[in-house]
Structures are given as structure tokens and as C-alpha cells.
Design a protein around this ligand. Sequence first.
Ligand code: ZN
Length: 184
Amino acid sequence: MRCKKAARLLQLYLDGCLSIQQIRALEAHVAGCAACREELDLLQEVSCAVHDMKLIAEPEDLHTQIMQRVAMAPARHEAPRFSPLRPSLPQLLAIIFLATFATFGSIVSQPSLRRLLPFANGHDSISIAFMHVLHAFGGIDSGTLTLAFWVVGTILGVCITLLLAGDEMRSQWFKAMMERLPVR
Ligand SMILES: [Zn+2]
């Protein structure tokens, strides 16, 4: 018997699948061939190790368990939870102040609207104070003044929205703004 054939028969020999003639021939070869003896020893070792391994039975509800855990695991891309429209008292006061200021500013800046007010209609201290302010802006033409009102109004609007939006929204807004700013 040649080593090549012996190698083919070794596993069958261990499994008890050889005829007596084959067993005798193989044993005769292995007795005189160190390489095949070594191969047989190795196969025997592996065979013993496999035999000693205890099979672990999977629980019947393994699939259910896995699906439950998947369902319970928090989603990785969960959207941040915002709690808008819950400003604190100082924030609320600031909102009211800014909103009043913006509204009052837009009314006072238009003479037709100003005349409808029970106050500031031309002869009281508020009107006089406003006229002084207008007088101070006297050097500026009306287009620039409108633009200034528009800019101030927009800033006030953004401030009111941010105050009202809550901390999470505010930080997200600042983050988004910073990301969009050109890198210096
Ligand atoms: Zn051999």
C-alpha cells in the first residue's frame, strides 16, 4: 500500500467503515510508515476532541428572544426629542418684551397707524420722545430708516423664535449656523 491510498483510508478506518482486508493492509502499512502513523494519531486526536464536545441545544424561543432584543434596543439614529413652547419665566418675559417692542415699533414707525393709538398720537410725551428720536435720525433718508427697521424687526423675530423654541432647538440652531459659517 502506498501512502496516498493509506491517507485516503485513515478516516474510514477510524469510523469503522473498512473491510477486514483493508484494515489489515492499512495497519501493516502504518506499522512500517512513520508519516502515516503520525497522520493517524492526529486524526485520532481530532476525533476524540470532537467526540468530547457537548452540543449546546439552542432554546426553542431563540428567534423570539432575538427579535425582542432587537425591538427593545434603542434606535441608533433616533431623532432628538425637542420640548418646544415651554419657555422658563425669564424667557417668557423676554419674549413678551421683545414682541411688544417689535409691535410697538412697527406701529409707531407708520404715521397712519400711530394716529389710531389712544396715546402717542402727536401731543403727548411718547410722541414727543418719538419725534426726538426721529429727529436724531433726521440725517438718514427714509429708505435707510425702513431698512434699519426691517433689520431690527428681523433680528427681534429671530430672537423671539429662539427664545420660544427651547434649549435643544436653540443649540441645534447655533450648531447649524456655526457649520454654515465660512471657516476662518
Ligand atoms: Zn505511509
